[in-house]
Write a protein that binds this ligand. Structure first.
Ligand code: CO
Length: 321
């Protein structure tokens, strides 16, 4: 995802940063677990997205991006519109992707819910791919190798990894930065070092393993600072400025106006994230964890196993409160 003043290299990981990554990861893991209870046949997508985001706010944290709910052939970047009437259907393969941050320290985690029960192996493929990649993360390896492990788990189950979606580095207030974490075998890439933070997110598909943009855009981020004259555009800018370039949804805007949003988009102040979809009729699964490279491996910040139960967390007020 595009962002303003995107850094190319990691800032050194302090103890405080580590702690906040872990706290954000713990909340993200708990919210993702809760999605398993909420996503049911006939439940409203809009109500599920709002309920999950409410849990994040109640924990004293913020969304690093709107809760993504992507169905079936859609791999990523869908989220309910303000007046969304969609409900989950019995045949849906549902990807829930959660982004939480505490003072800019991000946790990014996702799972797939198979409402029909007919896509167990597809769901398993993405989870096995993610875990195989996590198992080999340690300082000194080249990141390209992770794609080999991901692809092997997915292809051995008869599916295709989506080649043009990748995991990504994260840094404070930066959701996507180098390195990309490939989902197919890639030669080389950066050499992992202790303290690097990144999200590993394989996608397995019954389709072509290739996503393209749909027309639907519900998620935006601010990518340029420029004065605007339109009052409706101005009030949107004022509202989204504290997000520091992190993505938001149309439905998250209190001062929502289609006119203002279109103005900012056309002026190149906002970047839009179209829904990314594999071929019609296909099914896509996703699984994602955020990890921090340690001395001899990595720690999964978003593991439900290491989730702490103290909610809401207390933290010093951040400058964007
Ligand atoms: Co991610």
């Amino acid at each position: 995802m595009k962002q303003k003043e995107k850094p190319k290299t990691y800032t050194p990981l302090t103890e405080e940063a580590y702690d906040r990554y872990m706290q954000a990861g713990s909340v993200a893991a708990q919210v993702l677990e809760e999605s398993k209870e909420l996503v049911k046949v006939d439940a409203s997508l809009l109500m599920v997205a709002n309920a999950l985001e409410e849990m994040i706010y109640e924990a004293g944290m913020k969304t690093a991006f709107p809760v993504n709910i992507s169905l079936n052939a859609d791999a990523a970047h869908d989220t309910p519109s303000p007046d969304d009437i969609r409900i989950f259907a019995r045949e849906d393969v549902v990807k829930i992707d959660i982004g939480v941050h505490l003072d800019g320290y991000i946790a990014d985690t996702a799972l797939t819910i198979d409402l029909s029960g007919e896509h167990e192996l597809l769901v398993e493929a993405a989870v096995a791919a993610r875990d195989a990649a996590i198992a080999v993360v340690k300082p000194g390896i080249q990141i390209g190798i992770l794609g080999e492990y991901v692809a092997k788990e997915i292809m051995s189950r008869g599916f295709k990894p989506i080649h043009n979606l990748t995991g990504h580095g994260v840094d404070r207030y930066v959701l996507h930065m180098p390195p990309n974490v490939p989902n197919i075998p890639k030669k080389g890439g950066i050499i992992l070092e202790e303290g690097m933070v990144f999200a590993i997110e394989p996608f397995a598909s019954t389709g072509a393993g290739n996503v393209t943009d749909k027309n639907r855009i519900e998620i935006f981020s601010e990518i340029a600072s420029r004065p605007v004259r339109s009052p409706s555009a101005r009030s949107i800018l004022k509202e989204i400025n504290p997000r520091r370039g992190m993505p938001f949804a149309r439905r998250q805007l209190q001062n929502y106006s289609e006119l203002g949003l279109t103005r900012l988009f056309k002026d190149g102040i906002l970047h839009g994230y179209p829904v990314l979809s594999d071929e019609p009729g296909s099914f896509v699964s996703q699984s994602e964890h955020t990890v921090i490279v340690t001395e001899d491996g990595c720690i999964v910040t978003t593991s439900p196993g290491t989730a702490r139960t103290r909610l809401p967390v207390s933290h010093p007020p951040s400058s964007d409160d």
